[in-house]
Design a protein around this ligand. Structure first.
Ligand code: HEM
Length: 402
């Protein structure tokens, strides 16, 4: 089955866009020596068992990335298991209360308008560069208290962590032969931590009203976070907080552009916007997959998975599981409930889901207010960064009228 995105040469291996259903909900791929979990209930089950399905990828990657050396480890929230994860997560969750997020709404609307005011052309908008990238990165920088002026640096950092082709990292079992790639990733993390240290030192001396000061001075179970822990948390928030949202904004526009009738109805009735954002997250999730490692032998979807296996958690495929979603290949913003897995589930459920959804709603509303016409340009198609893990428009030129 062809999809509306095929004409843009979307990677063939992004099969979930092509309506190809996996044969089994849980499958082992002998070539890559990985387990792939495609089914929705199976992924929900997996994500609710962090003791068995660990996020500490070092269990299988350790040997390749110098796992015996604690300086060379992935000590990020995303890759932690309880109890370390519980401790840090508690702290971050305090910063992302529903109120903190809701209070950001006027700021997000003002920033969106400022960015659109800067657009030079009156009939063309390059959505990614002119709005979808700078908006979330500025919001997260403002929240943290880090200069948004350095955003190009963050983008370079974020994109350097993404494999530029699907062969780079993820599809190779146990990451064999990927030593160099992984080392580069760790080196970039280290450089980024060095950049952040100046701000951490500053807030230790002079706390301000920002999230960074909060993290530097926060106590969890009577203990302060170390500089390394703060740097790693900020790094995660910056990276997790902007690239995903950038992709969500451009993917939502792509979904609307491909469904003109829905676009028209949403323009006329803005109460449809939250449903549009939610359905775009299901239909075209920014990241297709996350991963876990089995800490013990376990059963899932009728299969026995041994210990120390790399397990790919295909959120994008689960989002199209016909056992859970009616007509999963159709874009239906009125879907309710819409239990997509794009923000994951369980203890690692996205901390910024509320903020991401708010940014989506506010930015799209502003775009629709300002541009009575907004459409892709047939002669100037979007350019995608192609990997199996994500659906990322690098540029998305739009014809607009004001
Ligand atoms: C639409 C936008 C977003 C999407 C699709 C998204 C997706 C995700 C997913 C799938 C995970 C969990 C991965 C796993 O279980 O392995 C996650 C975790 C996380 N996200 Fe988001 N995210 C978005 C926006 C944000 C924003 C705006 C922030 C922060 C400001 C943020 C911060 C985080 C953090 C800190 C984690 C780690 C949570 C943990 O490990 O406990 N995300 N996100």
């Amino acid at each position: 089955m062809l999809t509306e995105f095929d004409e843009w040469g979307v990677d063939e291996r992004q099969y979930w866009l092509r309506g190809v259903e996996p044969e089994k909900a849980v499958a082992y791929d002998a070539e890559t020596r990985m387990w792939h979990v495609y089914g929705h209930p199976e992924n929900v089950q997996l994500l609710s068992k962090p003791k068995v399905f660990s996020s500490n990828l070092q269990r299988v990657m350790g040997a390749e990335i110098g796992g015996d050396n604690p300086e060379e480890t992935y000590d990020e929230l995303l890759y932690m298991d309880p109890p370390d994860h519980t401790r840090l997560r508690k702290l971050v969750s305090h910063a992302f209360t529903a109120k903190v997020v809701a209070d950001l709404e006027p700021k997000i609307a003002a920033l969106t308008n400022e960015l659109l005011d800067e657009v030079k052309s009156s009939d063309r908008l390059e959505l990614v560069g002119e709005l979808a990238y700078p908006l979330p990165v500025t919001v997260i920088c403002e929240l943290l208290g880090i200069p948004a002026g350095d955003r190009d640096l963050f983008r370079k950092q974020a994109e350097s962590l993404m494999p530029s082709t699907s062969d780079d990292v993820q599809l190779v079992g146990r990451f064999e032969g990927q030593e160099e790639v992984t080392k580069t990733v760790i080196q970039r993390h280290r450089e980024f931590a060095e950049y952040l240290q100046q701000f951490i030192d500053d807030r230790r001396k002079k706390p301000r009203e920002d999230l960074l000061s909060g993290l530097v001075h926060a106590e969890v179970d009577g203990e302060r976070l170390t500089g390394k822990e703060v740097a790693s948390l900020v790094d995660t928030l910056l990276l997790a907080g902007h690239l995903n949202t950038t992709m969500m904004l451009s993917n939502t526009i792509l979904c609307l552009d491909a469904h003109p009738e829905e676009f028209r109805r949403t323009r006329e009735d803005r109460s449809r916007l939250p449903g549009v954002v939610e359905e775009s997250l299901r239909y075209l999730p920014p990241f297709s997959v996350t991963s876990r490692v089995t800490a013990a032998e376990t059963e899932l979807g009728g299969e026995t998975i041994p210990a120390d296996q790399l397990v790919m958690v295909w959120m994008a495929t689960a989002n199209r599981d016909p056992r859970v979603f009616d007509a999963p290949a159709e874009f239906r913003p009125e879907r309710h409930p819409n239990p997509h897995l794009t923000f994951s589930r369980g203890i690692h459920f996205c901390v910024g889901a509320g903020l991401g959804r708010l940014e989506g709603r506010v930015a799209l509303n502003t775009l629709l207010d300002r541009f009575p016409h907004l459409a892709t340009i047939p002669d100037e198609p979007p350019r995608f960064i192609r990997t199996d893990q994500m659906f990322n428009a690098h540029t998305l030129p739009l014809a607009v009228s004001t």
